[in-house]
Design a protein. Structure first.
Lengths: 269, 280
């Protein structure tokens, strides 16, 4: 498996700040991998994503995307390999219609089959019915989906997502999960910052926990949520854990099956 | 006396085909936390914008009917003038709320009361107290733009808290907060209600709101469709028909009922504790 994204002893502090945002960060993410960056507000999660997109550059150490160091490169130089979903979708929406917005990135990169790629991205996130609407005339949750469709249409190997499910309803979250699964099936990698325990558990296999800019944990996402409770594991995972289910059963469908079996087995159920 | 009333309130954005709010009639008391939810586009955000006087002023569109906040009409220029400093509007997008000119978090939090011409000693004291309560005192000398999204959201709330407002209008205020931040915010808003403030909060996050809101109003296609106590409405299987989400456990119970008819129930468990009592 080749590495899609590597952090190699990366140190970073924001200009004018005497606080280190990231300290000696070393991490490697391979093709097909999905990684959650967990940790409290201010731990350095978004900073790590920005470094991967060449929006920031390390003070020391090296960040490599598809084997190539980001030093001296601009976000647009990385955009062929990495797509970034901002915490505020408003940062990346500016065209006069949803379809135009989604097509903007691939056009800038001079990709081919643009129509096909755009339709697929709109389709994946169920935005076909609003394709000709102005993005700002959509409710905030759907604006986030438009921004994600624009990132998917770039067909990057690496998706960098900052709170991709914030404010999304259940169905929209399912669409995001499916889109990420399709991306990984095509050898793509995902790195997401999220406080949404349900999303982390269902969509991301590996979890790295940061505190004060340092890695304090790296392992399976179910174990990380079970151990830390931060972000809080979804309530059903806590429920079935208390009922004695294994981490493999802490995902929604296996959890439903586990409780259904228990209830059927109970004499008065 | 009602701190907020809407009488036949409607709203239509310039671009939308459908009305964003349809004939909303509602009365809310000071000292309570009212939680609004619904499927995306149900109208909860628009209702808060209308109550704050931000719609149609900043959004465009057309309002009909009558709204009153703290006894004033937020749709009129005179009403908004009298409401200045008494209303805290907090959006899901904290960065858009920061002044952009304050060099430090302390100055940012003091910005609104200073702008209203309050006394220096009083401003410093209320800013310090607000930062303490939102647990950002350690960030006081940092530049607001250098903070993370979650930290900025705390700053946005603290800057409103320093105003000691009579009404809070919050739209997904926990979207970027970690678990600790959500608990802190819930406690602060509960205290604000206990102090006598009106609190209106729009959120999808049932697991967060269920424990500390007094009243739940469910909206669908711009209308109020359910109104009651959070625990009762979230347990009711009919909530799903509105498109609004319930707690993770109630959603789980619904999936269980769909899987096996024998496990269907007239009321779902809402919390982990409810579910353990029923199933364990």
């Amino acid at each position: 498996m080749s590495a899609v994204l590597e952090f190699d002893r990366v140190n970073f502090a924001y200009p004018g700040s005497d606080v280190s945002a990231l300290t000696e960060l070393s991490l490697s993410i391979s093709e097909g991998e999905s990684l959650a960056l967990l940790g409290p507000n201010g731990a350095g999660k978004t900073t790590a994503l920005r470094l991967a997109m060449a929006l920031l550059h390390p003070v020391s150490g090296e960040v490599r995307v598809m084997g190539k160091a980001t030093v001296g490169r601009m976000p647009e130089d990385v955009a062929g390999n990495a797509g970034f979903l901002f915490q505020r979708p408003e940062h990346q929406l500016f065209a006069s219609s949803v379809r135009e917005d989604v097509a903007f990135g691939p056009r800038q990169l001079g990709q081919d089959n643009i129509d096909e790629v755009v339709e697929r991205a709109l389709d994946q996130l169920e935005l076909g019915d609003v394709a000709s609407v102005h993005p700002y005339d959509l409710p905030a949750p759907r604006r986030r989906l438009v921004a994600l469709a624009g990132v998917l249409a770039l067909r990057p190997r690496l998706l960098l997502l900052d709170e991709p499910t914030a404010g999304l309803d259940r169905h929209s979250r399912l669409l995001v999960r499916r889109a990420l699964a399709a991306h990984r099936a095509e050898a793509g990698a995902v790195v997401a910052v999220s406080h949404d325990g349900e999303f982390v558990l269902e969509a991301l296999d590996r979890a790295v926990t940061l505190e004060h800019g340092r890695v304090v944990g790296d392992g399976g996402s179910a174990e990380a949520l079970g151990r830390l409770g931060a972000p809080p594991a979804p309530a059903w995972a806590r429920l079935v854990a208390q009922m004695g289910a294994a981490p493999a059963q802490w995902r929604f469908e296996p959890a439903v099956e586990f409780v259904a079996m228990r209830c059927r087995a109970a004499p008065d159920a | 006396m009602s701190a907020f009333t809407a009488t036949g309130a409607g709203f239509r954005y310039d671009a939308g085909d459908a009305a964003a709010l349809v004939d909303v009639t509602l009365s809310l008391n000071a000292g309570t936390v009212t939680w609004f939810t619904g499927a995306p586009g149900a109208g909860t955000s628009t209702l808060l914008l209308l109550a704050a006087g931000l719609a149609p002023l900043h959004t465009g569109g057309t309002a009909t009917g009558v709204v009153s906040l703290l006894g004033e009409n937020p749709q009129s220029a005179e009403g908004r003038e009298r409401l200045a400093g008494r209303v805290a509007y907090v959006s899901a997008d904290p960065a858009s709320q920061l002044s952009g000119i304050a060099e430090t978090v302390r100055r940012e939090v003091a910005f609104a009361p200073a702008n209203l011409g309050r006394q220096r000693e009083q401003i410093l004291a209320s800013a310090a107290r607000a930062m303490e309560r939102m647990e950002i005192a350690h960030l006081a000398e940092r530049a607001p733009a250098s903070l993370s999204g979650g930290e900025q959201q705390r700053v946005a709330v603290a800057s409103m808290l320093a105003l000691e407002p009579g009404a809070w209008l919050l739209d997904e205020p926990g979207s970027a907060l970690d678990a600790r931040g959500r608990e802190t915010l819930a406690a602060v808003l509960r205290d604000e209600a206990n102090r006598g403030a009106l609190v209106m909060v729009a959120s999808e996050d049932a697991d967060w709101l269920v424990g500390w809101s007094d009243r739940l109003i469910v909206m669908k296609a711009g209308q109020l469709v359910q109104d009651g106590t959070p625990a009762a409405l979230l347990a009711d299987p009919s909530l799903a028909e509105t498109g609004a989400g319930s707690t993770a456990i109630a959603t789980f119970a619904r999936a269980l009922a769909e899987r096996d008819q024998r496990l269907a129930s007239a009321s779902y468990p809402v919390t982990v504790q409810d579910a353990l009592e029923r199933w364990a």
